[in-house]
Design a protein around this ligand. Structure first.
Ligand code: P6P
Length: 340
């Protein structure tokens, strides 16, 4: 029998990938692996509810607004609770922070405090839930900075370049788990017949340029002149050079960024005259996605500064986001800086 290429022999599950990644770090304690396993369990529990959401009374909204002023959907609340309860007892974390909760989330007293911090958006794009459009969960992992005991706000408010891992869950036509611990960005697809995440997108690399731009043009009337000029350039002048751009906008950040990661191009959520800092949250959305896209060879800025260099000042701070192919983010920055 001819020898199979290594990749064909490898039945690479997420669990095996995490363990083999840990083995690359002799001083690893196993806590990051344990944390990632817990996130993958939470992913399956959320996916189970998402797939049957249309059949049971879990669609629709609660009577709550979150700190960001978004109406909380029932599935939001379920995902938020599932992430916390799956992670609170493992001894891997000293503190958590969820986009759905105003303050940091302490680990219950009867559980051990761990060395990591988990920050997550439990269900991004939830406005699309009832229309069966792809939604997702975004997570970000830091090492604690406080020495011991219960985690603090200081442990959470770290700049994005301090992340040790980040990833997202994608609840779409299939369920995906995409993550990075610093050694490449890898995508896994759930095989429901065995309940395992199998490696489907090894070492994702984003194209240096692309022909898709993703932005809510409904806001264009409130954009700064530089942003208006940038989008006009993509739509008009670029066509003369024979490189027409297409507009794709799902309105679900995880889905729009996942497409950008695979196909190239740029996703923009700029500030505008009404909301100078835009809509997206630095800690829960921009930082983890910027970590992933940079590790895949792309870039992420707020139009002027590298996202990962921004020193956070508050838990729910909003920051404009331009993320995607390196050349596209650079071009956007030139327009916003007024040099184009
Ligand atoms: P708009 C969803 O609420 C979200 O936070 C992101 O998932 C999405 O990209 C963005 O807001 C959509 O915002 O203003 O275009 O509807």
């Amino acid at each position: 029998m001819t020898a199979q290429p290594a990749s064909a022999n490898k039945f690479m599950t997420l669990e095996r990938h995490i363990v083999e990644g840990e083995r690359m770090h002799p001083n690893a304690t196993g806590h990051l692996s344990s944390l990632l396993h817990s996130v993958s369990l939470a992913a399956k529990l959320i996916w189970r509810e998402v797939t049957k959401a249309g059949l049971v009374n879990i669609l629709g909204t609660t009577d709550r607004m979150n700190i960001s002023g978004d109406v909380v959907k029932k599935l939001d609340e379920f995902a938020d609770r599932t992430m916390y309860k799956t992670m609170d007892h493992s001894g891997d974390l000293c503190v958590m922070a969820s986009e759905e909760n105003e303050d940091i989330l302490q680990i219950p007293d009867d559980y051990p405090q761990g060395k990591y911090v988990l920050i997550y958006d439990p269900l991004d794009g939830s406005g699309n839930i009832d229309a069966n459009i792809t939604i997702g969960t975004i997570f970000s992992v830091y090492a604690r900075v406080s020495k011991s005991g219960m985690g603090t706000l200081e442990d959470v408010l770290q700049p994005g370049f301090k992340q040790v891992a980040a990833g997202y869950l994608l609840f779409g036509s299939s369920m995906m788990f995409v993550y990075c611990t610093g050694e490449g960005v890898h995508g896994f697809t759930l095989d429901p017949s065995v309940g395992e995440f199998l490696l489907s997108h090894e070492n994702i690399r984003i194209p240096a340029r692309g022909t898709i731009y993703s932005v809510n043009e409904g806001n264009s009337g409130r954009w700064e002149a530089s942003m208006q000029r940038y989008i006009r350039y993509l739509k008009e002048e670029e066509k003369e050079s024979g490189r027409p751009y297409s507009l794709r906008y799902i309105g679900s950040l995880v889905a729009d960024v996942h497409r950008t990661l695979l196909y190239g191009g740029i996703y923009c959520y700029p500030g505008d005259v009404r909301n100078p800092n835009g809509k997206l949250r630095l800690m829960y959305e921009n930082n983890p996605l910027a970590f992933l896209v940079e590790h895949a060879g792309g870039a992420a800025s707020d139009g002027r500064r590298r996202i990962l260099d921004i020193k956070p000042t508050s838990l729910h701070q909003r920051v404009p986001l331009f993320i995607g192919s390196r050349e596209e983010v650079r071009l956007a920055g030139e327009f916003l800086a007024g040099t184009r």
